[in-house]
Design a protein around this ligand. Structure first.
Ligand code: FRU
Length: 611
């Protein structure tokens, strides 16, 4: 067969295969199968959204959005094959008056185009004027920040301006697993109620938009105007480089700087975190040199031109995973004169209980170099900001008022974040926390974290108040039932002669969380192995343990329960512990008992939460 005959034959086969391959999925959407792994979805009707059907277990399809025939953007969506788990909205408003066609490449290997036609996604694309964001998840926290829908990881780019707390976050608008990294945006005036804002920064020519930071450029050093908001983030494309964007409307919309990238390195580096250093009169930036397990320190006069000054951390602290999401700030030390610098270093894996966690170093910073404090044996101690499994990517707000160092973390763990039993959304942020410093009895300076005082406002009715002795038999106290049992518990325990005190949360299904204050070991532990649904990951059932830093057998706990999260702040934040739980029913009972002798409950207060 000569080549012309071969080509004609191929064309004839193709025509036979494709004939009848166009079909209307639903009103306003036309499907055309072009080949085994290639389908066009033509938007023919008018509407605000194109709803795309997702099946989470499926592979990502590459969705090239053609606007008037040109690629406008590319998304990755797990289009449904055998069943639709949920829909995600693709906003059409911006394209009114233009032709929109999705050129979709699926990655499944198929032998025949007929198999592709059977995929349930094609008949489930639809045009709609609405996208329902009302909550469908029983595990969605009530008083923690969550995305309206879709996947969320790191909080980032946070700044405070004109009474508003801006919170950006790593977001997938097209599914509840990690992908399409975009800066979602929420704002709050009280750190409790969060308003969802339009998308702030979308993937662009240099890649998707990983974590970063934002500052208010009070002195117009960058030339974008007085008080312009300037963000630096990691463009994650073929390589990881650092890009700048600026906002002239207070952080709502961003312009991408045409001189990007502003920092390039030969190896993986990400999550730029910058601040104005009053002492040196220039910008300082920390960049996670992820695989080298170090933080690079840069300075700049204008946010655009950065000079590498030093590297911190090689061989220090936990080195068992990639170093990510740095932060650096100065704070007074409680009870003693003077200030210290704190360098936050999120690490994954390598956390004390597996997977991700936030370690930190305390030391001095001279504008170019960070020098960590040493222990009496000359080593640099490894310190953890939170002793739970679900506290990661913690960074702080820039320009927080009144000298506050307000931080927030992602309340999950890379070990299982994509598998937790929710689908409409995945992941919440921790309560916002105020970071402080105190001196431990080993002479070391440690970081404390307490809930921001704004959180006091959600404290509701006093449900139970009591005090007295406890012994080896459980004393039981009912927990509030309203609002799926969300509540705050304040508990002061004096172990006295007891060696330990058990603090248990349980429900009528026999599910429980067992916390133990071990007065002799001076530790507080949290066992969630029987806490409810735990089998979605072998890494989820776990016991986490914190040092209590107390000296006298007394411990005070502030416990927040919010449907699927438990946060504990011990001894005025000298230790914090954040753990997820997925109970079949809300915990309805608090049980207390002591071991090895009687203990005293100085005070127990249980509050419902108004939210
Ligand atoms: C941390 C992290 C960052 C990165 C982002 C990507 O959780 O891996 O280093 O910027 O997530 O979403």
């Amino acid at each position: 067969m000569n080549n012309t005959v071969k080509t004609k034959l191929k064309a004839a086969i193709a025509i036979t295969l494709l004939s009848g391959s166009s079909a209307f999925a639903s009103d306003g959407v036309k499907i055309e199968h072009l080949g085994i792994n290639n389908t066009l979805v033509r938007v023919e009707g008018d509407g605000t959204f194109l709803l795309m059907p997702v099946q989470e277990s499926n592979d990502d399809a590459t969705v090239n959005v053609l606007v008037d025939g040109k690629v406008d953007k590319t998304l990755y969506v797990k289009l449904a094959k055998s069943k639709v788990d949920y829909f995600v909205p693709f906003a059409l408003e911006q394209y009114r008056g233009h032709d929109v066609v999705l050129n979709i490449l699926t990655s499944q290997s198929r032998s025949d185009i007929r198999e592709v036609k059977d995929d349930v996604c094609w008949s489930n694309f639809s045009i709609s004027d609405t996208f329902d964001v009302s909550n469908r998840e029983k595990y969605r926290p009530a008083f923690h920040h969550t995305p309206q829908y879709g996947w969320m990881n790191d909080p980032n780019g946070m700044f405070y301006k004109d009474g508003v707390w801006h919170l950006y976050y790593q977001w997938n608008p097209y599914g509840s697993k990690w992908q399409n990294m975009t800066w979602g945006h929420s704002t709050s005036t009280d750190l409790v109620d969060w308003q969802h804002q339009p998308t702030a920064i979308e993937p662009n020519g240099l890649g998707s938009v990983f974590s970063g930071s934002a500052v208010v450029d009070h002195g117009n050093t960058a030339g974008f105007g007085n008080d312009a908001v300037v963000a630096l983030y990691t463009s994650a494309g073929a390589s990881q480089v650092q890009s700048l964007a600026w906002s002239e409307d207070g952080g709502e919309t961003f312009n991408i700087y045409s001189g990007n990238p502003v920092i390039t390195l030969e190896s993986e580096a990400r999550d730029p975190n910058m601040f104005w250093n009053e002492a040196t009169g220039e910008w300082t930036l920390l960049l996670a040199h992820a695989l080298e397990h170090e933080m690079l320190i840069f300075t700049s006069p204008d946010l655009k031109n950065w000079t590498l000054r030093s590297a911190f951390g090689k061989a220090l602290g936990s080195q068992d995973g990639v170093w990510e999401c740095p932060d650096l700030f100065e704070l007074p030390v409680d009870g003693i004169d003077g200030k210290k610098w704190v360098l936050l270093c999120n690490i994954n894996p390598g956390g004390p209980f597996g997977g991700s966690a936030t370690q930190y170093f305390v030391g001095d910073f001279d504008g170019t170099t960070f020098t960590p404090d040493k222990a009496s044996d000359g080593t640099v101690p490894t310190k953890w900001l939170d002793f739970g499994k679900d506290h990661y990517a913690t960074v702080s707000w820039s320009d927080a008022p009144d000298g506050r160092r307000t931080a927030i973390g992602w309340m999950s763990n890379w070990q299982y974040a994509a598998d937790v039993p929710t689908m409409q959304y995945r992941s919440a942020n921790t309560l916002p926390r105020e970071i402080g410093l105190f001196k431990g009895d080993d002479g070391q300076i440690y970081a404390s974290s307490v809930p921001s005082s704004e959180i006091d406002a959600i404290r509701g009715r006093l449900f139970k108040k009591t005090s007295g002795n406890i012994g080896e038999d459980y004393k039981k106290y009912a927990l509030p039932k309203d609002n799926d049992g969300i509540c705050e518990i304040l508990l002061d325990v004096n172990a006295r002669k007891a060696t330990s005190v058990d603090i248990e949360l349980s429900n009528e299904l026999g599910e429980k969380v067992v916390m133990v204050y071990d007065a002799s070991a001076r530790t507080f532990s949290f066992d969630r192995r029987k806490s409810g649904v735990t089998d979605f990951s072998e890494h989820f059932p776990a016991v986490t343990v914190a040092p209590t830093f107390e000296k006298n057998g007394k411990i005070s706990l502030r416990i927040f329960i919010d449907r699927s999260s438990i946060e504990i702040f011990g001894n005025n934040g000298h230790f914090a512990m954040t753990n997820l739980v997925f109970p079949g029913k809300p915990y309805s009972m608090l049980s207390l008992k002591s071991n090895g002798g009687n203990a005293k409950i100085g005070s127990l207060q249980i509050y419902s939460i108004d939210k």
